[in-house]
Design a protein around this ligand. Sequence first.
Ligand code: FAD
Length: 401
Amino acid sequence: MDFTPPPKVEALRQTLRDFMRRELYPLEPALARDGFAALLPTLAEKRDKARQTGLFAAHLSEAHGGAGLSLTEFAAMSEELGKTPIGHYVFNCQAPDVGNMEILIEHGTEAQKAEFLAPLVAGRTRSCFTMTEPEHPGSNPTWLGTTARNDGDAWVIRGHKWFTTGFEGSAFTICMAVTNPEADAHARASMFLVPTDSPGLEHVSNLSIMGSRGGDWASHAEVMFHDVRVPHANLLGAEGMGFVIAQHRLGPGRIHHCMRWIGICERALDILCRHAATREIAPGKPLGTRQIVQQWIAESRAEIDAARFMVQHAAWKIETQGVYAAREEISLIKFTVARTLQRVLDRALQGLGGLGMTDDTPIAFWYSHERAARIYDGADEVHIEAVAKRILRGYGMRSPR
Ligand SMILES: Cc1cc2nc3c(=O)[nH]c(=O)nc-3n(C[C@H](O)[C@H](O)[C@H](O)COP(=O)(O)OP(=O)(O)OC[C@H]3O[C@@H](n4cnc5c(N)ncnc54)[C@H](O)[C@@H]3O)c2cc1C
């Protein structure tokens, strides 16, 4: 087996490392001080520079305006970009837009692609995804309260959503709503393209998350659909396909998230190691001479490397055998990498002492905001249950609890 990274991947990693050192890391103090929304004009300039690297929206095929990277190639890019909280945004491959682009390409009509996809890929607009509801468990997406009723020339959407990432400032949302409550659980819901300036679509507020309401892309909103009318042409895919499309969206999306988390781990470990090698706990005795700190470093190194191999393998399996064949690997990486991320961040923060609690490094930001990694993209427990059930089925167990 050859572990030498392909030259194309090495070259793109180097391009991104140089770009981030020059353009993005210097913005981190302002991001921590003033928040994401205040940085938008500067980020627009950085996006223009990112376009010149040829890696803007690079996950898409060249025909759709991207760089035609394969999933495994984009995984490497996602790891590099994950090393700063604004990396993915600047290169227009941030969640949830990246997933929305993919489902528009896969399931959108030509008219939908022209109206919604083209400006999104160009970075002129942003989008969001409205599925989760306060009154229903997000971990069971077949059970939704939001409905869409067919009324003359339009669908009429009524419902209550929350945790809509980046609603503020987005041009449209992809909304999941029940169109046939009598159908099988997996065929009840459909997806709709809804412009955010549609009459009846109310932005209730941004949720306060770990002490901050955030702003623009870096926010999570509560949203009400008060009989929002969208033309029939805004149905995405066939009626009843909502669940199937959502599942499709999640396979490659989990590779993107997991590699972003690995990027965060690498940056956190780098910050810890620099600190451990230079911070003296007594004259002439750096922190890194302590065995417990050495253990944090060695264990983090091992866990990150193991996690990366698992994700690369899952990406390879998706590429060669499809999302369905790789569903177990996708579940395994979701909870494994999310947990690795928590452990590595916790060790880095502890090793930095009081400094780790400040916003002088991005560790405190990630420590609070990335706790959510174990909840979004399918709560860890749901993935754990799915894997265990499949394994136990091989032992003849039919309905394990
Ligand atoms: C930062 C962030 C961003 C998000 N962005 C979006 C977005 O843009 N759009 C969107 O639609 N949603 C978004 N979400 C919502 C996310 O998808 C849901 O929070 C997630 O699916 C879990 O649903 P829930 O919060 O309703 O928790 P519930 O479904 O109520 O579950 C609560 C807890 O119960 C446990 N649990 C659930 N099921 C099982 C089970 N079968 N076995 C054992 N334990 C179980 C888990 O520990 C879980 O955390 C976001 C969430 C966060 C935190």
